[in-house]
Design a protein around this ligand. Sequence first.
Ligand SMILES: Nc1nc2c(ncn2[C@@H]2O[C@H](COP(=O)(O)OP(=O)(O)O)[C@@H](O)[C@H]2O)c(=O)[nH]1
Ligand SMILES: [Mg+2]
Length: 469
Amino acid sequence: ASAPGLKSNLLKSQRSLRLVLLGSSWSLRSSVGNLLLGKSGSIKFLPQCVKVRETFQNKPVTVIYTPDQLFSTTSQQELQPFIRDIKDLSAPGPHVFLLVLQPEDFTEQHKSRLQSVLESLSEQAFQHSLVLMFRPQAETPGSMEKYMRQTHIRDMIIRCRYRYMWMHHSDLYQHDLDLKVFKRKELFSRIYSGLTLAFGTKEKPSLNLMELRIALIGKSGSGKSASANTILGERCFQPKAAPKRAKARCEAVCRTVQGRQVMVVITPPLFNRSFSEEELSKCISLLAPGPHAFLLLLPIGNIHNEDRRSLQLIRERLGEKAMQFVMIVFTRGDELENQSFQNYIEECDDFVKEMLKESRGRCHILNNKDESNCTQVAELLRKIDKMVQTNCGFTKEMFESERKEIQREMDVKALKNQLTENSRRFEQEKAQRDRHTSNVSGSVNFICSVLFHCKDLHIYLFIFNWFGL
Ligand SMILES: Nc1nc2c(ncn2[C@@H]2O[C@H](COP(=O)(O)OP(=O)(O)O)[C@@H](O)[C@H]2O)c(=O)[nH]1
Ligand SMILES: [Mg+2]
């Protein structure tokens, strides 16, 4: 039996979701299952297929855990009971085959086996499959691109019509409850958006380019929500005209944009005091292994001298290295009317030009009122790609080492201040002591002179007395 049509079953009713976990090691598959079901802890190895039901946002979710037979040496014939089990448990047919792969352990043989099992499971199995790839355990710059170039991995992704996503091992073992909930929602949204990806669209999916992770920075009203929607091509956030209270938490959404995965994290305004160090660190964690770009949003017509401080704040809070990943994005591009962007920049105040110089001329303009304009997004992604080519991205390790550096600088500064304060106090006390000493010596002199004069007086009195005067 073929799997039921995705659109008719999953999208129309959206009543339930049946998922089959296939692929890599038991520990990875079961951990992905646990994340989907919102469960913690590990499941001990199961020798046969098992079906577990849960709900997600009030909708039933069934996850079918499969044992390790798939990649073991068993012949295709011996796999028949395994295939039958999956069919029985996922009847009337699964909506999604989640192919959990670890690229460094995934071989040509694994690919052939996986393909033939999928073909036996359903004629339409590939249209219902999503490749979930785990980042290499020892990730080095460019290692993901290297895996994406491997023929068997490329073939697998192309057969799944470019439905693929990367995950980080740490996504599965989050201790932070908020992050865990976020990762669960994100995985579901990626499954839904991955499966709804329209085939044969004008957008040509690309395998050469990795996913992009973008952090949006800017004051309240700078257009973070609106720009995130423009970039993601979907109304994921609610833009709001002022006045409003700045959020102290970061928000993240991931979508397939022009054939590639793009994750956008909106950060709370940096000057917001309630935006804690912990939350800042969480923002960077959400963008694991690190953002490719920090877009500093400046709304045309509402840029002030104090906005210059945003760059200083990025330095102070994220470290000097983060500056290499900063791009200034002017929002409200529609307000340029007939003026060209180039001309606008030329007429800008000097401090804006200074800011552009600090970000090495990396800038872009967005018109968030023109939602259908994909060119401005394509151009932005291209500029980010160019930036990524020269520096691979800001990593959590960089952030942590920068934080240490910032902390060290702050400690040195505090120590210097303390020393300055101590010497100032010492000088003050010395001056006070000197004053005191001079007062005392003044008094002593006075007393001495009085005594001296008294002594004279005494002599005079004696003389007067002597002469009987
Ligand atoms: N005309 C125009 N308005 C925009 C543009 N970008 C954002 N806005 C508006 O500016 C206001 C603030 O935007 P929002 O995204 O909520 O800013 P945030 O506080 O940084 O998230 C909203 O009313 C948006 O509709 C743009 O490119 N053009
Ligand atoms: Mg907003």
